[in-house]
Structures are given as C-alpha cells and as structure tokens.
Design a protein around this ligand. Structure first.
Ligand SMILES: [Zn+2]
Length: 361
C-alpha cells in the first residue's frame, strides 16, 4: 500500500480544501483554489422551530408510533434516535436493514441504544447485497472505473430505503425519518463521475439530473456489460438507481401516504456535538480496528474507500473533510492530517473482506 499513499502527496490539491486534481470536474483558479470551493454554498438548516411545527402535525397520527427512523448503529443515526426521543418526545420505531456486512459493534450499538431509550427495534435481513456483491466486484475488477465504485455495494440502499418505507406502511406510521444525509456529507463525486462521462454530458444536469445520471450509468455498463450478465444484478441495479438518486419520486409513486423527513436538513450537523452525545448518553462504541468514526456501519465502506484511494487518490472522507473546511469546522491542516490517518484501511479487514466476498454466491 505504501507507494500509493506516497504518490498521493505529489498530487495537486486545492489551496483551501483538500480535494485533489483527480476529483471529477475540478478546476483551479490562479490562486490554486478549486471550483468546488468557489461555488460552495454553506449548509442551510430549516431550524428546530420548523422541525417542531412539522413534527407536531404527525404526533398521535400513528397508533403506536409517531415515526419510523432508519438506524445503522453509526454515530449520526444513533444521535438522530436520541434527538427524536429525548428532545422531540416522539414515539419512535427504529428500523434497520441487515445487509450481511454490518459490524458486530454496530449491531450491539443498536441493541444497547434502543434498549436505553426504550425504543422498539425492527431488524430485517435482506440478501440483495449478498447476492450481488461477488458478481459486482468481479465485474468491476474486469474493467475498473471510479464511477462504478459506489455501485459495487448495489442492493444495499434499495434494501434499506424500500424496507424502511414498507415498515412504516405496515405499521401505519405516516412519517419516515432519515438520520443521515447532511449536505456536508454529500459526496458529489458519485454523481459527477456519471454526469461528466461521455454519455452523461449528452444531457445537461440543469435540465434533468436523473436523465444525465441514467445516461452516464448506461455508458459505464456499455463499456462493461459483464455487470448485467447476471440478470438479478441487472434488475437490482435499475431499482437501486432510482432509490439512490430519486428517492422522492419513488416515494410519491409507491408510498404516497408517507412523508420522508431528513433530520439534518433541520438540525445543525455538528460532528463534535454528535460524537460527545452518543458516547456520553448512549455508550456508543466505534467498531474495532476503525480509524474513523464516520461510516463505520458497514464493512464494505472500507472496500469502497480502498478502491477509491487506489484508483483516484481520494475517498469519501476527503470529500466530507473538504466540506468541513469550507464550513470552518476544521482547518485545512487538520483536514489533511485527519484524511491521512482516517483513510488508512487496515489490511486485516481488507483480507477478511476479500475472502468473505469470494465465499458468496
Ligand atoms: Zn477547494
């Protein structure tokens, strides 16, 4: 691994954030500041008053629960559960989808936290990811492309969002809350790799991002049709695509009676506050061997970051840390330091993961 990390330091990086020249669509001005910094819009929150107004309209609507919250055992959704129960006094039903790659610590976190907050927890297993992962990974290896790295764990988002919406419907709860998805966490590169490839550019993002993304994905699959040679993968890809990039449209079409609310569009996302709260109030534990407290809820996160680091020299972590520098949450020096240590993927975890993937169908 050593050589790649070293080569990394030779890459040109933005003078204010930590994005490298390999980031899709990046341009630098004369001062070395990147186009993403120059056009960045600070995170705006709708505020706790607005949240309370909305929540009030859902209180008492469901028979046993006011809302269903998707949790993962990670820090953000654990905090979200704490917030909804303790600060908003809501009757919450917690839901989680087990994709087969959830670390033991995350599972224990979920059990411990829901017990502590006296919240019912529904654990639903799905096989979508387990059935697709080996074929996806082999397809990717045949013609590696950074744009397809986020799609390696195809099936997971589908299992999670669809399960969450179904669970709410089954329990007759009209409100679904997502405890992830802050604008600071948004990994723009996932979309940009697709919208900026040869096909993606055929349709301008301003006119319709979904069409641009769909064309971009078509291009990637055209270059490597192996992805679709296993029919189940093809179907899961198509479905996941819509859940991934267009959840609201799916909700309107299939779950019109439900409202989906993203907590961190209302409540300020503050890493320090979140970490100190979950550790102090909920005895939240980070998975062993992890070098970062973020995205610790799925072991495949390591694989994706490993492949991103190897192929384009940055990871999801560089993206979020860049947003945090733009929000003045960390200094650039701090971000660089954190990226260096938090991007290290323990080799033991990778070796185990490769073996595990090979053992799948
Ligand atoms: Zn920048």
């Amino acid at each position: 691994m050593g050589d790649t990390w070293a080569a990394d330091n030779r890459m040109k990086k933005c003078a204010t954030c930590i994005l490298p020249e390999t980031y899709p669509g990046i341009e630098f001005n004369d001062e070395g500041v990147c186009s993403y910094c120059l056009t960045y819009k600070r995170a705006r929150y709708r505020g706790e008053k607005e949240l309370e107004r909305l929540l009030e309209s859902f209180r008492g609507k469901g028979r046993r629960y006011d809302c269903v919250l998707g949790i993962s055992g990670g820090r953000d959704s654990s905090y979200a559960l704490y917030y909804l129960v303790k600060k908003c006094n809501l009757r919450v039903l917690a839901y989680t989808a087990d994709n087969g790659f959830v670390p033991e610590e995350s599972k224990l976190n979920m059990k411990r936290i829901t017990a502590k907050l006296n919240v019912d927890l529904i654990v639903e297993r799905h096989r979508l990811l387990q059935d697709c992962i080996r074929h996806n990974f082999h397809s990717w290896l045949r013609r590696p492309s950074p744009a397809m790295i986020p799609m390696i764990c195809c099936g997971c988002r589908l299992g999670m969002f669809r399960g969450l919406l179904r669970c709410a419907e089954k329990n007759r709860v009209p409100l679904v809350v997502l405890g992830a998805g802050t604008s600071i966490e948004a990994n723009r590169f996932k979309e940009t790799f697709l919208t900026r490839n040869r096909f993606g550019k055929l349709w301008s993002e301003e006119r319709s991002k979904t069409i641009s993304l769909a064309l971009g994905l078509l291009y990637e699959i055209g270059r490597n049709p192996l992805y679709f040679l296993k029919p189940i993968n093809g179907i899961v890809y198509m479905e996941e695509f819509f859940y991934f990039f267009n959840l609201e449209t799916i909700r309107k079409l299939f779950y019109p009676h439900q409202t989906v609310l993203q907590l961190f569009q209302y409540v300020e996302w503050c890493e320090e506050e979140i970490l100190s709260t979950v550790k102090k109030e909920l005895d939240w534990v980070e998975p062993g061997g992890s070098t970062s407290t973020w995205r610790t809820d799925c072991r495949l996160g390591y694989l994706k970051n490993y492949l991103l680091k190897k192929s384009v020299g940055f990871t999801e972590k560089d993206d979020i840390l860049s947003n945090m520098t733009r929000e003045d949450m960390v200094t650039r020096e701090e971000a660089l330091r954190r990226a260096e240590s938090e991007n290290i993927v323990p080799e033991k975890i990778m070796t185990e993961l490769f073996k595990e993937i090979e053992a799948k169908a």
